[in-house]
Design a protein around this ligand. Sequence first.
Ligand SMILES: Cc1cc2nc3c(=O)[nH]c(=O)nc-3n(C[C@H](O)[C@H](O)[C@H](O)COP(=O)(O)OP(=O)(O)OC[C@H]3O[C@@H](n4cnc5c(N)ncnc54)[C@H](O)[C@@H]3O)c2cc1C
Length: 390
Amino acid sequence: MRTRVGIIGAGPAGLLLSQLLRQAGIDNVVLEDRTRAHVEHRQRAGVLEQNTVDVLRACGAGERMDRRGLRHDGIELRFHGEGHRIDFPSRTGGRSVMVYAQTEVVKDLIALSERDGGTILFEAEAKAVEGADTDSPLIRYVHEGEVKTLECDFVAACDGFHGIGRRTIPPGVLRTWEREYPFAWLGILADVPPSCDELVYAHHERGFALHSMRSPQVSRLYLQVAPDENLDAWPDERIWAELDTRLARGGWTLEHGPITERAVTPMRSFVAEPLRHGRLFLAGDAAHIVPPTGAKGLNLAAADVTLLAAAIIRWHDKSDETLLDAYSQTALRRVWRAEHFSYFMTTLLHRDPHQDAYGYRLQLAHLDYVASSDAAAASLAENYVGLPVV
Ligand SMILES: Cc1cc2nc3c(=O)[nH]c(=O)nc-3n(C[C@H](O)[C@H](O)[C@H](O)COP(=O)(O)OP(=O)(O)OC[C@H]3O[C@@H](n4cnc5c(N)ncnc54)[C@H](O)[C@@H]3O)c2cc1C
């Protein structure tokens, strides 16, 4: 089979890239290792930056998001049992975020592809990328029990952290940076209306907690736990009791309900450079990971492919490679800003088990500064709603 752009991975990055290219008349094929049901139901992110909302609307995937998504104009920082709201529009020239689950973004993009005659092959595992440093790279993949070949002009590795794309780049070319955190998130989905209108980020001496939501009927809540935490040690009553303690605020009650999903997610920061090797391009989690505290993972993936699509379209329409040559540097500048913001939010809000008493007081002083200084709050708001994709 031959196509212009071979895309590995039907996560948000691969699906959005496919849609942006198809809209510009550029033929592409998406290869996805897992089943459609699996990718449509994998619980992950849920906060969309203004840029992500804008690009989803522009590519025709915004209709259901605009009906069912929840626009949020701020977040609450909760510490010492008190809430401090950070308003976004007043500090960012009117920008905000949208709470809309990654599962729904993925469903919308797959439905759009199906409607427009796009090609997504599910249960098609990419095994190798060959000839990345030539003008005609190819992907070898296994589909329906047979080894097949996808020839293309470009390969986009949107295959997540464990994919094969990044590993295709020779070790001498690729540099990586990594940080592991000494904690993880125990996340639950619960069939209970959210107990608050906006996300609550709680700093507590027992550890961080987050109250988020997926819809007016479904709450998403997280607790900081140890990286090797055993889920069996967390029956429902213990989870709710711990959330009650860490999220406590005078006059406010956390509503409990049936827990429908639970999982422990480790926290990691990771960046690989460069994002290009010949005609192979990395985008999304294939190239970088952030701890989820800043709500940036899905948004960075969307920003990467917005830039990559523009570069491929310029090459296709005008035989101009300037944007392709600039892709790695342009995307990485934004990636590193988001890496820093995610690190900042993570270290501001979590209890580090190795932290001394002095470090703890510094953390509280910084929280107090963000809650009381317009300049500090504006910086948080600007980063949270997302910097422009330039
Ligand atoms: C458990 C978990 C929870 C998360 N929670 C949050 C959150 O609360 N907030 C937040 O902002 N971010 C969160 N994230 C991060 C966010 O979900 C990711 O940043 C986002 O999914 C990145 O999209 P992507 O398309 O780059 O990668 P992915 O969504 O990982 O998609 C990659 C796709 O490639 C496929 N693939 C891999 N290898 C191959 C192969 N060889 N051949 C074919 N296909 C392949 C995979 O099956 C997958 O479908 C979470 C991530 C995880 C793992």
